[in-house]
Design a protein. Sequence first.
Length: 82
Amino acid sequence: METTKFLKSLRARKSYTQEDVSKKLLVTRNTYISYENNPLNCPLDIIFDIVKLLNGNIEDFLYALKQDYMSYEIKNQEKEGD
């Protein structure tokens, strides 16, 4: 997923661990891990908070989201063609 790669790369640029981010967001480490591994199931306000905390650009996140959606659509079309 492009969104997962995006969040992980932002976190790495800041040299934050998942624990660091979870503490700053006031959530458990496991909760943050679930957000990072599947941002599409993360509440939108939390995504904005994560991107802001990591000094990211929300437009870049939305672009990654679009890539994920397009990939998902292609996979579904391929399944329907079988």
